[in-house]
Each structure stands twice: as C-alpha cells, then as structure tokens.
Write a protein that binds this ligand. Sequence first.
Ligand code: 6PG
Length: 494
Amino acid sequence: MSTFFNILLRKGINIVKKADIGLIGLAVMGENLVLNMESKGFTVAVHNRTTSRVQDLLEGRGRGKNIIGAFTLDELAASLKTPRIVMLMVKAGQPVDSFIDKLLDVLEPGDIIIDGGNSLYTDTIRRTRLVESKGLLYVGAGVSGGEEGALHGPSIMPGGSSSAWPIVKPILQSIAAHVDGSPCCQWIGPDGSGHYVKMVHNGIEYADMQMIGEAYFLMKNALGMSALEMQETFSCWNKGELDSYLIEITAHILGKIDEDTGKPLLEVIQDVAGQKGTGKWTSQESLDLGVAAPTIAEAVFARIISGAQKQRYLAVEAFPQLSTAPLTDKSAFLDGIRDALYASKICAYAQGFDILRHASLEYDWDLDLGEIAKLWQGGCIIRAQFLQNITDAYNKNPDLPNLLLAPYFQGVLDKSQQNWRRVVAAAVERGLPVPGFSSALAYFDSLRHPQLWTNLVQAQRDYFGAHTYGRTDREGSFHTEWQLPGNVGKSDEV
Ligand code: 6PG
C-alpha cells in the first residue's frame, strides 16, 4: 500500500489517505518511533536526508504498514493531514535548524514542527520564536527511553507553543509509556521547557549511573565479589526501594559473558566513559542559576577523568596502590553500599529538582515538579519506583524548598546516613574513589551543618579585596581594616 501511495504522490496525484504525522530522521530512534506510532493506529509519512533509508523502511520493518514514504519535503507536506505535524528526529544542532528552514518553505501557518532530539533548550527557545513568527507552531519535546523506549513507549516531555498541545497530544500520549493507565507524557510549559526538563533528566541519569558504577566498583575492589555475585546482589536490590531500570540493566550487564574470552563481558570493556553533553549542560545551567548540583557535576567530571588515559597511566605508575586491612563483615558492608547508593541517589535527584524549581521561577515556566516526577516513572532511562515518593512529596507541598526535607526522604537519610558515612570512609581509606557517594554526602552535610566555614571565606575576601561581610548580630554590610596593627578589629558599616 505504501509503495502505491508513493507512486501516486511522485506523479503529483492527489491521494485520499493522508498521514496523521510526518517524521524526519530514520536512524533507530526515529524508525522505532514511526513503528510505535503506526502500531497505535496512526498513518505516518516518513522522510530521511539519505532517501535510500526511506525505501529500506518501506521494504523492511515498515512493509505492509500504514507508512507513506516521502522522498522530498514537498512530498512529505503533500502527504499530511492539516494542520500538518512534522516531527524531527535528527541530530541536535545544525541539522535541526537546517530542516526547520526547509520545512518553513513547504509548510503553512498553523502547521506544527516537533523536535524530538536532545536539543539545547536555548536553541529551542530561539526556534520557537522563529517558527511562531512565521505563523506556525513549535514543540521541543524531550524523548527518553532509548531505542526500546521509542518502540514500546518512551517518556515524552513536550514544551513550546501551547496551542500545539491539543493537536499533538493524542499522538504523543498514545505512543508514550503508561504507568497505572496514565501516559508518561504531559505538557511541560512554554518555549524551551520540554528540552530543559529532558536535559535535567539526563543530568540525573549521569549521576545515577555514576553511583551505580561506584557500588559495583566497591563490590569488586573492597569486597572482591565475582560478577555473578554482583549480578545477584543488583537483582535483589531491584526488588526493594532501589527498583529501577538502571539497576535492572546493571544486573543484566553483569551476567553477560564475553564470547571471545569466556570472561564477564564487563571485564573486557575499557573504563573510559563517553558523553554527548547533556550532563555538562545541566551542570553549566546549575552554575548559571546558582543552584548547588555537585553530584551531577561530579558525574560529568568522573567521565572526563576516565578519559584522561595518559595522566591516569602516569599516576598509576607514580603512586603505588594502598594496602589496607581486609573488611571483616562483608554482608554488613554490602548493606552499607546499598544504603550509600540510595542516600546518594536521593541527593542527586534533590539537586536535579532544585535546578528545575529555580528554572521554573527564573524563566517563568510554572513547572509542575510532581507531574514531572510522574512522567519519569515509565519509559525513560531514570524510571524508578522511588519517583512516586517524589511525586507524593511535591503533591503534599508544591513549594518544598528541597526534596531532602520531605518526611519520607528525611526518614531514609536518617536511617542510612551511618552506613553511608562508613562506606565513604572505608573507600577513602582504601584509595578507592567514590566521587558520587562522597560529593552527595558533602552536599547533605553542607546543608545540615549549622555553621559552615564560609565566615572565614568572607573574612578573607574582605581582607584582600574589601568585599565586605555580614555580621551575625547586626544587619548591614561591614568592612574591617584587617592590616592595621593590633589584635582588635573594628567593623565599619559600609
Ligand atoms: C535517554 C537518554 C538518551 C541518550 C543520552 C546518552 O533519556 O533516552 O538519555 O537521551 O542515551 O543522551 O547520553 P550520553 O551519550 O551523554 O551518555
């Protein structure tokens, strides 16, 4: 059927059946989204810059399905119902701009362009303005869940031109994952907010992966556990409060044996982590907003350090490994790692949600944090049982200043902090780096300690730069002539 329509279209013959949505970009994510949409009863028109991929889809996975191949953008526009909806699943950056420019020539006012890639939110703000200025509508939609999610139900975070939402909602919600009957896709807010929320999702994803990596690293290096033992442990943890997609795949990964060597496959994988930039963007954004997100940033730095192979090699040569006393109670230490992982994970999510809370105020987006936690419960990479506790916390108190202060999380941290400290101390003593666990612990302690060292920092700043300081006993800004002789310092109000 699809080929028939293609022939008609190419001959300029008007066809009766038009597509509900067009999708550009037939790499695996795009192709899987097309198949997902088609399986939900939508007819999808497809286009790809390298047009042979269109043919490949029509003759391969899309054979006999309600998919219309479009070999040019004119064909794509002609094959769509109006208002036309075109979703871009192309590489973030210049390719998105280039397709928008071309689409503006073939689409009409009222039509909708959706960008489903990992675009930088500021680009999405700019593009929304451009597309709206031409009378069309623009949606920047974060899509999470990888290839499998795209096929079976991702989590979708759409934002941009709000009048596009009622039109795209039936398609996006029906292809999204569902949890307890609710779609993991809700309108996030104006301009770049959808991509922003996806960016923070990825920042949390970096931290989550980092801390699971540290748990594995301690099991292996402090407890000497085999891959099989670790697999069993992660599978068991996945039945409790740590129940999540990332823990589940970690157990699967630990169980895979390398075909060539017969060793666990993980052992033959280089310890150098790649990145495409969304974790870095989240960290940069936290700095710009003045929100502390050290655990997310540590996860980015940890990937960077892993790639500094020459420095690492030289340091391994320069500094001998530490020899320390073996751990006596292995099972207690393993419980400690679990507690450290859960507590650190809570801190990383608290940091991510704090970024969202501040961004919502700064950009006037009115983000619904409880709803965001809800749509992350299914389909996306950080889906986890405990996101329900986050939803509950924000439903109870939408103005919660920090997630750690919600009674549920307060209880968990109270219960786990002793083990968390023990694990971090034991790791430090053994020269085993745990940047995620330890930075999360420092974040927690910095928040909870009644008096920090920053009075000294303020005094130093005032000493060398007359930057002034506040006093604990009076309002105002003060300066001291620190270098005057004598031990008595005078606070001058400035
Ligand atoms: C998702 C993932 C997805 C992608 C990451 C990988 O939510 O489906 O986050 O967006 O896999 O961008 O990011 P890195 O290559 O930076 O690890």
